[in-house]
Design a protein around this ligand. Structure first.
Ligand code: MEV
Length: 308
């Protein structure tokens, strides 16, 4: 007796990362790359996580490893009875800002209880996220569980944003891995040292996010691109950008992007460039490739998402 694979989306934050930790809304979209998991009931005394690429199975009663602690946290959050072998895999690069960790948490929570709705699945996956990140806002698990385009506010949950046009995004990797936990901690330290400056940036981001929601609903991708550029400026003011991020954003804009910014935690990881059509996307991906950066095209909201 086994269960089918459960899916969870990876994500691109269009606007609002970091500020969202402090209650500013953010807008994020699900992408078709993500994670999947399935739970097979077993007779063992404890559940086991079999993560593709890991040489060993992780027992839920293992006190040493973070992954095992995360697994146990999801099992507890889902109120699971009995033991399971849970197989999981992801095609998202870790530490890239594309929500690899949240997607795994959501895939696990969904595999253990496929009938739970997106909000409940996201909440359960937060138990996993908290093991790896000090202070997750919840935007990553929410968009991973819901897919599509969401407007998320910490403590208030999410609403779907219906975009009148598909959003074409080039997603490119700087090649540098970054830790969300340490980037979030760096912003917290900056906020302690320079509260006014950080609050002003967050308020700026709040109005960009508000306008971006209207732009998406109206299908005004040009306006959305400009708002993303402005968000990138505010993020670099918070020391979250790097030379590679700036270079990749510059290459994307020169090749015709409507806007480009880091996505996720920054300090490395990925950039997202909004484009009007596939020709521009091809130009950007070529320009990145010539400069040594890998990228792919994500069409969102992801229409290929498997039905739940
Ligand atoms: C990471 O994908 C997004 C951050 O805003 C952290 C969070 O919201 O938990 C940097």
């Amino acid at each position: 007796q086994s269960r089918p694979w459960s899916h969870a989306s990876g994500k691109v934050i269009l606007l609002g990362e970091h500020a969202v930790v402090y209650g500013v809304p953010a807008i994020a979209v699900g992408i078709s790359r993500g994670a999947m998991a399935r739970a097979i009931p077993c007779d063992e005394s404890t559940s086991v996580l079999r993560l593709e690429g890991l040489p060993v199975d992780l027992r839920a009663d293992d006190e040493e490893r973070d992954l095992a602690r995360g697994f146990r946290a999801v099992l507890e959050a889902a109120g699971v009875h009995g033991s399971f072998v849970v197989e999981a895999r992801t095609d998202l690069p870790p530490g890239a800002g594309l929500g690899c960790s949240a997607a795994l948490g959501v895939a696990l929570a969904r595999a253990l209880d496929p009938a739970a709705n997106a909000a409940l699945t996201a909440e359960r996956a937060m138990a996993w996220e908290r093991v790896f990140h000090g202070n997750p806002s919840g935007v990553d698990t929410a968009v991973s569980a819901e897919g599509g385009c969401i407007y998320f506010e910490r403590g208030r949950g999410f609403e779907r944003v219906e975009s009148s046009a598909p959003l074409l995004l080039c997603v490119g990797h700087t090649g540098t891995i970054s830790s969300t936990k340490s980037m979030v901690e760096a912003v917290a330290r900056l906020r302690e040292r320079r509260p006014e400056m950080v609050e002003k940036s967050f308020e700026g981001i709040r109005s960009l996010v508000r306008n971006a929601r209207l732009a998406i609903e109206a299908g005004d991708v040009r306006a959305l691109g400009q708002l993303m550029d402005l968000n990138q400026m505010l993020l670099s003011g918070l020391f979250l950008s790097t030379q590679e991020i700036e270079r990749m954003c510059g290459l994307a804009r020169d090749a015709g992007a409507l806007g480009a910014k880091l996505t996720g935690a920054g300090g490395g990881g990925c950039v997202a460039a909004l484009v009007e059509n596939r020709e521009v996307a091809d130009r950007i991906l070529r320009a990145w490739k010539e400069a040594g950066f890998e990228g792919f095209l994500a069409e969102t909201p992801d229409r290929n998402r498997p039905a739940e």
